[in-house]
Design a protein. Sequence first.
Length: 356
Amino acid sequence: MTDPVGDGDTDEFIVDSSIIDDDTEFYRTLLANTSEGILTIDEDSNIVFANPAIEGILGYAPDELVGSSKMTIIPERHREDHRAGLEAYLRTGERHIDWDGVELPAQHRAGHELVVSVSLREHEYNGERFFTGIFTDVTERKERERRLQEKNERLESFASVVSHDLRNPLGVASAYVELAQETDTEAVDELVEVERSLDRMERIIDDLLWLARTGNQVGKQELLDFAGVAEDAWETTETADATLVVDSTGRIRADYDRLVQLLENLFRNAIQHGGEDVTVRVGRIEGGWYVEDSGPGIDADLTDEIFSPGMSTEELGTGLGLYIVKSVAEGHGWEISVGTGTDGGARFEFTGIDEE
């Protein structure tokens, strides 16, 4: 009981003729009530149709636009490009812009410009060619993107200044510590503590710079051998006499560098809290994977706070390691939870993972 509209191609409307006996009125009502603005022009750029929603976007009532040129809604500096583009398309059939969701400046009735996303389609009626555009106002989104870009640029500038202005005095201090260790044999223990504090400051700077520059963004994700990535992360972590046990097979989809970074931070956290001879176990669970250790575990009163920036129960911790773990997990769209492992230590579980 359904009838195709037009020539029956798959992109045509289908209506149930047992319910809709006047499809012309049905489509008129449909176009009148859609939230997207719709304009149709002919080959001469004359506007032949405008729906009510266009007024909410461009400020013009439909009867103000119908019969006028499309140049009415195009900023003056772009009008010649639009005219030439349509003429070239009519002559050659070659599109010079994307017709699906192209973002273009438009002229509002009040005089200001806005940014609209336009999807275009060509069609024929009574032997004439027409072009219909579906308009969505994306001005606010573009403004948010612009502000975010400015914020990121400021953060990058800040990160560069921090890197230069803090690393230089740290380098000088480290050099003096090395010199003192060679000449002052009576202050060896004190100098070791100073060196450890300088190393901690270096790690804090590294973590802050990483957070400022990347946040929770992830790069290209690919299927990775999870056990292999865990072993790679272990090799790049200062593990002392700690032991890694990998009870895992299979692959997961992730950004390799960010997954290594996540695991490195978990491994360092286990060693800082569990001691140099701690055992760290990595394995799979349904829909995800876990990392647990044989250390003292996490106080139940702190489980809601451990992922907060600056939170650390260790004197030499940066307070950013688990915050980075959470950021990387969120960047992948994973969920993270913390609990108690099989040996009584801390256990971190990651779920919502694309795996094979």
